[in-house]
Design a protein around this ligand. Structure first.
Ligand SMILES: Cc1cc2nc3c(=O)[nH]c(=O)nc-3n(C[C@H](O)[C@H](O)[C@H](O)COP(=O)(O)OP(=O)(O)OC[C@H]3O[C@@H](n4cnc5c(N)ncnc54)[C@H](O)[C@@H]3O)c2cc1C
Length: 502
C-alpha cells in the first residue's frame, strides 16, 4: 500500500474499526460508494470485543420504556442469525424469580412483551421452569425455585466486526488498520484527512466527500478536531467489566441474575470450559487511563453471582477478565444503568462538509444503525441504491438453510482428521470460509506447528494474510480466543513465532 499518495478522493472516510464503523463501511461499499476505513489499532480492539457477547433485545430496557430500541433489537436477533449462523447462535436464558425483587407478574408481563414485540419466528418463546428438578437442580441455592426461560442469541463480537470488514473489502472498501486519523480539515466541498500509519508513522493525505465518525469513546474528541474548536460533549462514558471463571455449571443456558441495586448480571457458558460473568456500570473518564477491571468491580461480580450459585464463586476461580467502555449518548440520567443504550446521530453539514458522528448503539443494532446512517447521508449521495443488508449473508455465513449443526456434520466428513473441539471452533469462527483456512492440508501435520488451544501455524498464516492480524495478540484474543486455552509459555512461544515469521 502506498501511504504517500496525495490525490485520492473518496466518498466516505470511516474513522473507527469497531462494529459501527465496519458495519457502515460494508453498507456503503455495497451501495457502490468508495470507502476508506481507518482503525488506529486492530479491528475490534475498542469496545466491540469487550461486550457481553449477546445479540439481545435487552429485557431490562423495557423498564426504561425504550420500546423502539427493544423492538429493533429483537428483530435484529433473527436477521443476524440468518446472516451469520456461524457467529450468532440461539441461547436460552434462565431468569430466576428472587423473592423481594421484581414480582412474578412483572417478569411475566415483561417477557410477554419481549416475546411479542419483535416478530419472533425462529427463536422459541418463554416457558416457566422448576429450578429444583432436572440436571441443574443443585446449581442455584434452594430458595430459587422458579425460573422464567426465554430466548436471545450469543455472538462472537470481535469476529462479527471482522466479518463486516471482510465484506466491506470484498465490495471495494479499503480497510486500513494501525492507521489513525490525525487531522481533519474542512475544504469547500470535501475533507482533507491526514492518516498516520503505526508503527512506521508514515502519513498519507486523502480527500473525502464525507466523514463517518465512528470512533467510539473518542467521538467527541474527533468532532473537536474536525471543527478546530471546543464543542459541547455528548458522550457519557460508562465502563463495564467481566470476569471469566472456570466452568460453574453444565448446560448451554445463560443465567440472568437480578441484584438488589436494580441491576442485572449474566453468567454465560463461555469457550466450552469457562463461565463469563458480567457486567458492571462504572463511570469512566478518558483521563482515567487503561481500561481495566477494578477490585471493587471484581468483588461486586463475585458477590452478585454468589448470591445465586449454591457454591460461592471465589477470586481463585477467575482465570481472565476484561473491561470496555460504553460510548453512550448522554441523556442526562443520574444512574449509569439508566443512560440510554439507543444510538443517536449528529450530522454536521452546514458549516463544514458532512461529518456524521455516532453516539451509543449496541452490537445487536449495528446493521440497522448502519442503514440509518446511510439514510442520513442520502441528500449527499442522492443516486445511492436502496438498503440491502437485511437479507444478505456475511462472509462465511452462506450456510444452507442457516443449519449450523448440519454444516458441522458435513465439515466433519470433509476433515475427519481434525479433532472435534478444533473442528467446532473453526466452523464457528470461519463458517464456509473454513476451506480458505485449511487450504490443501490433508492431515493435522499439514496444519503446521501446533501452539496449544488448537491454534496452528496455518490458521495464523490465514489470519495474517486475510484478516488484518498484525500482532500475536490480534490472533490470541480477538480473531480467536485461543489465548484463553493456552498456558503463559504457549502464548510466549506463539508470540515469538509470530514475530519471527513476519
Ligand atoms: C461491558 C459492555 C458490555 C456490552 N454488552 C453488549 C452486548 O452484550 N450486546 C450488545 O449488543 N452490545 C453490548 N455492548 C455495547 C457494544 O459493545 C458497543 O455499543 C459497541 O461495541 C460500540 O461499537 P463502536 O464501533 O461504536 O465502538 P468501538 O468498538 O470502540 O470502535 C471505535 C474504534 O475507533 C477507533 N478509533 C478511535 N479514534 C480513532 C482515530 N482517530 N483514528 C482511527 N481509529 C480510531 C478505536 O481504536 C476503536 O477501535 C456492551 C458494551 C460494554 C462496554
Amino acid at each position: 500500500m502506498d501511504m504517500q499518495r496525495q490525490d485520492d478522493i473518496v466518498d466516505l472516510l470511516v474513522i473507527g474499526g469497531g462494529i459501527n464503523g465496519t458495519g457502515i463501511a460494508r453498507d456503503a461499499a455495497g451501495r457502490g460508494l468508495s470507502v476508506v476505513l481507518v482503525e488506529k489499532n486492530d479491528l475490534a480492539s475498542g469496545t466491540s470485543s469487550k461486550s457481553s457477547k449477546l445479540i439481545h433485545g435487552g429485557l431490562r430496557y423495557l423498564e426504561y420504556a425504550e420500546f423502539r430500541l427493544v423492538r429493533e433489537a429483537l428483530i435484529e436477533r433473527e436477521v443476524l442469525l440468518r446472516a451469520a449462523p456461524h457467529l450468532v447462535s440461539p441461547l436460552r436464558i434462565v431468569l430466576p424469580h428472587h423473592k423481594g425483587l421484581r414480582p412474578k407478574w412483572m417478569l411475566r408481563f415483561g417477557l410477554f412483551l419481549y416475546d411479542h414485540l419483535g416478530g419472533r419466528k425462529l427463536l422459541p418463546g418463554t416457558t416457566v421452569a422448576n429450578l429444583r428438578t432436572g440436571d441443574g437442580k443443585d446449581v442455584l441455592k434452594p430458595e430459587f425455585k422458579t425460573g422464567f426461560v426465554f430466548s436471545d442469541c450469543r455472538v462472537d463480537d470481535a469476529r462479527l466486526v471482522v466479518a463486516n470488514a471482510l465484506d466491506a473489502q470484498e465490495r471495494g472498501a479499503e480497510i486500513l488498520t494501525r492507521t489513525k486519523c490525525t487531522a481533519l480539515k474542512a475544504q469547500s466541498d470535501h475533507w482533507l484527512v491526514t492518516l498516520t500509519n503505526h508503527p512506521g508513522r508514515k502519513t498519507r493525505t486523502i480527500k473525502a466527500k464525507c466523514v463517518i465518525n465512528a470512533s467510539g469513546i473518542r467521538v467527541d474528541e474527533m468532532v473537536e478536531i474536525a471543527l478546530g474548536r471546543q464543542h459541547e460533549d455528548h458522550l457519557r462514558l460508562i465502563k463495564g467489566s467481566h470476569i471469566v471463571t472456570k466452568r460453574l455449571y453444565e448446560g448451554r443456558h445463560l443465567y440472568m441474575f437480578q441484584n438488589p441495586d436494580g441491576r442485572i448480571i449474566f453468567a454465560i457458558p463461555y469457550e466450552q470450559n469457562y463461565t463469563l460473568i458480567g457486567t458492571t456500570d462504572a463511570p469512566y473518564a478518558l483521563s482515567d487511563g487503561p481500561i481495566e477491571i477494578s477490585q471493587a468491580e471484581t468483588d461486586y461480580l463475585l458477590s452478585a453471582a454468589s448470591e445465586y450459585f449454591q457454591t460461592p464463586v471465589r477470586a481463585d476461580d477467575i482465570v481472565w477478565s476484561y473491561a470496555g467502555v460504553r460510548p453512550l449518548y448522554d441523556n442526562k440520567k443520574q444512574s449509569a444503568s439508566a443512560v440510554t443504550r439507543d444510538y443517536v446521530f449528529d450530522l454536521m453539514d452546514t458549516e463544514t462538509p458532512p461529518i456524521l458522528s455516532i453516539f451509543g448503539g449496541k452490537i445487536t443494532t449495528y446493521r440497522e444503525l448502519s442503514e440509518h446512517a446511510m439514510a442520513k447521508l442520502r441528500a449527499h449521495f442522492p443516486d445511492m441504491p436502496k438498503r440491502w443488508t437485511a437479507k444478505a449473508t456475511l462472509p462465511g455465513g452462506d450456510i444452507d438453510n442457516a443449519d449450523f449443526d448440519g454444516f458441522v456434520t458435513q465439515q466433519a466428513k470433509t476433515y475427519p482428521w481434525l479433532p472435534a473441539p478444533t473442528l467446532l471452533r473453526l466452523t464457528r469462527s470461519y463458517g464456509t470460509r473454513l476451506n480458505l483456512v485449511i487450504g490443501d492440508a490433508k492431515s493435522l501435520d499439514d496444519m503446521g506447528q501446533q501452539f496449544g488451544g488448537g491454534l496452528s501455524a496455518r490458521e495464523a498464516h490465514y489470519l495474517r494474510t486475510y484478516e488484518w492480524a498484525k500482532s500475536a495478540d490480534d490472533i490470541l484474543w480477538r480473531r480467536t480466543k485461543c489465548g484463553l486455552h493456552m498456558s503463559k509459555d504457549e502464548r510466549a512461544t506463539f508470540t515469538s513465532w509470530f514475530k519471527a515469521s513476519a
